[in-house]
Design a protein around this ligand. Structure first.
Ligand code: PEP
Ligand code: MG
Length: 581
């Protein structure tokens, strides 16, 4: 099969050469080196071993102290792996003989070891496989960590093909040379996919076997609208997709005419149309796509791809830039949401069995007040330069919300004491992305000025469907009746208590669902800049009255598929071509 089917993650059609990043967990490119680079590669490998050793010793000592020596000693087995002379010699030999980069050789030798250990008939030795893989990943992370920057330094235009890409890898991609990417794993709402959309790089994720089927240098057609990748396309296929690409670009151009029109329904209900961003550099795209506001600034990207934490001054300047460039339009800054699928190696967030349900976002911030406080102060200081709103991620109940608000009040007092100005009336909101918060919105509402519904997480928790797992992506249904009921509960509770309710999850960016969301009473829609003109087109084509009727009807269906079919049938033709579905 030359046509691979995956999940459409970022719209657009692109044709180009594949650049293959290999490996199951850490992306490792196969990289040849020149003779004179051999000593450098050997030094890099030795440095990675030294760092890994220090890392393992640190973990061993910590665990020995906190849980007990017998548990700490388990890590001695890990140390044995990186001290294994045969392994080290083999790698050094191959770097010299095969003239390959240290990470390429290491990843190949590691795979060979894992394979041969898995076949051994002795249970004890077989269990060493997980030690070897674990240590191997650590070494690779140290080796690749330095190399990955090259994704931003590619010399020619390529379509990146990888088992997986982390959100931080994606953030480093240069839009100039990465014209598309395809991954084996991942879902539509993974942060890697979200980042691709922000950068306007067409992407298909969840292809399952892309790295096996595609070879480095293969010509690919990547269709990010329908989630298809064609390997070595025929001349006729290339022609067809060139035509598709022109059609898509025309459609995009046509939608630009909505840019300066207000986002109001036919009967003049105004919906605030806002954009989601990850980096300050995206503001030009926000403005060119006609957003009324920024509804979600994911600040955690400021903390990624670096060896240290951003200082208050640096954060202040980044936030100030966004707020000033958008003024007088409002900007919702979300306090950082690390954990889940966004990691920081230097923050000491341990590997968890369930990172999405683990120590992330506001949970981490409240446990590390010295880090959170710095961000709160930087945000408050930036609020003096425009219209800024602040929002906390992953609130699960009123206790966390009060704790966060208490820290915000303390940060305000500190600034008062130092006579540093900030917006005294700054609006504060909670993301509603955990079912417990959704079901207690009436309790949360008196503590905040607004809610913003994070459907990416809300859906994964409500339906118990991991948002980045392609195998169960078919169960990830935004229009599932359970999700619609939660949305209605949130909007009704917010409005009863007199606060506005927005949505910043990917669901907000699906034009097919716009009439339903407007009908449920949503006050603000925040989505990737690229989809905003289309959303505006839909809002302007309908009346609020019609939308309410649609929402009423939609609430009565028994499955998500029925809801989607109903919306498709009702709007087929009425709204013209949407291009993304
Ligand atoms: C969400 O969960 O819907 C959301 C907007 O936050 P994130 O995607 O960053 O988790
Ligand atoms: Mg979220």
């Amino acid at each position: 099969m030359r046509a691979l089917k995956g999940i459409a993650a970022s719209p657009g059609v692109t044709i180009g050469k594949a650049f293959l990043l290999d490996s199951e967990e850490v992306s490792v490119p196969r990289r040849a080196i020149r003779e004179h680079e051999i000593p450098k590669e050997i030094a890099r490998f030795e440095e990675a071993l030294t760092r890994t050793r220090a890392e393992i010793l640190g973990i061993r000592d910590k665990i020995s102290q906190e849980i007990g020596k017998e548990y700490g000693d388990i890590f001695n087995a890990h140390l044995l792996v990186i001290e294994d002379r045969a392994l080290i010699e083999e790698i050094l030999e191959r770097i010299k003989k095969d003239k390959l980069a240290a990470d390429t050789v290491f990843s190949e030798v590691l795979k060979k070891y894992v394979k041969s250990f898995s076949k051994i008939d002795d249970e004890y030795l077989r269990e060493r496989v997980s030690d070897i893989s674990d240590v191997g990943r650590r070494v690779l992370r140290h080796l690749v960590g330095g190399f990955r920057t090259s994704l931003s330094e590619l010399k020619e235009k390529v379509i990146v093909v990888a088992y997986d890409l982390s959100p931080s890898d994606t953030a480093m991609m240069s839009r100039k040379n990465v014209i598309g990417f395809a991954t084996d794993i991942g879902g539509r709402t993974s942060h890697t996919a979200i980042m691709a959309k922000s950068l306007e790089i067409p992407a298909v994720v969840g292809l399952e076997a892309a790295t096996k089927r595609i070879k480095d240098g293969d010509t690919l057609v990547l269709d990010g609208i329908n989630g298809v990748v064609i390997v070595e396309p025929t001349a006729a296929e290339i022609e067809k997709y060139k035509h598709e690409r022109s059609r898509y670009l025309e459609l995009e151009k046509g939608l630009r005419r909505f840019k300066d029109l207000p986002c109001i329904t036919k009967d003049e209900r105004r919906i605030e149309l806002a954009a989601n961003i990850e980096l300050p550099e995206e503001i030009s795209s926000v403005i060119s796509h006609g957003a009324d506001a920024i509804g979600l600034y994911r600040t955690e990207f400021l903390y990624m791809n670096r060896p240290d934490l951003p200082l208050e001054e640096e954060q202040y300047h980044a936030y100030k830039r966004v707020v000033k460039e958008m003024a007088p339009k409002p900007v919702v800054i979300r306090t950082f949401d690390l954990g889940g699928d966004k990691f920081l190696s230097h923050l000491d967030i341990p590997h968890e069995m369930n990172p999405f349900m683990g120590w992330r976002a506001i949970r981490f911030c409240l446990a590390r007040p010295e880090i959170f406080r710095v961000q709160l102060r930087a945000i408050l200081r930036a609020s003096a330069h425009g219209k800024l709103r602040i929002m906390y991620p992953m609130i699960s109940g009123v206790g966390e919300l009060r704790q966060a608000n208490k820290m915000l009040a303390e940060a305000k007092s500190e600034l008062h004491a130092k006579k540093i100005s900030f917006d005294e009336k700054i609006q504060v909101g909670a993301m509603i992305e955990i079912p417990s918060a959704a079901l207690t919105c009436d309790i949360l509402a008196p503590e905040v000025d607004f809610f913003s519904i994070g459907t990416n997480d809300l859906i994964q928790y409500a339906l118990a469907v991991d948002r980045i797992n392609e195998k169960i992506a078919y169960l990830y249904e935004p229009a599932h009746p359970a999700v619609l009921r939660l949305l209605k509960t949130i909007m009704d509770a917010g409005h009863t208590k007199g606060i506005w309710v927005g949505m910043c999850g990917e669901m907000a960016g699906d034009p097919l669902l716009t009439p339903l969301l407007v009908g449920l009473g949503l006050d603000e829609i925040s989505a990737s800049p690229v989809v905003l003109p289309e959303i505006k087109k839909v809002v302007r084509a309908l009346s609020y009255k019609e939308c309410r009727e649609i929402a009423d009807q939609a609430m009565h269906f028994r499955t998500g598929i029925e809801v989607v079919n109903f919306l498709r049938e009702r709007y087929h033709g009425a709204l013209g071509e949407t291009g993304r579905r």
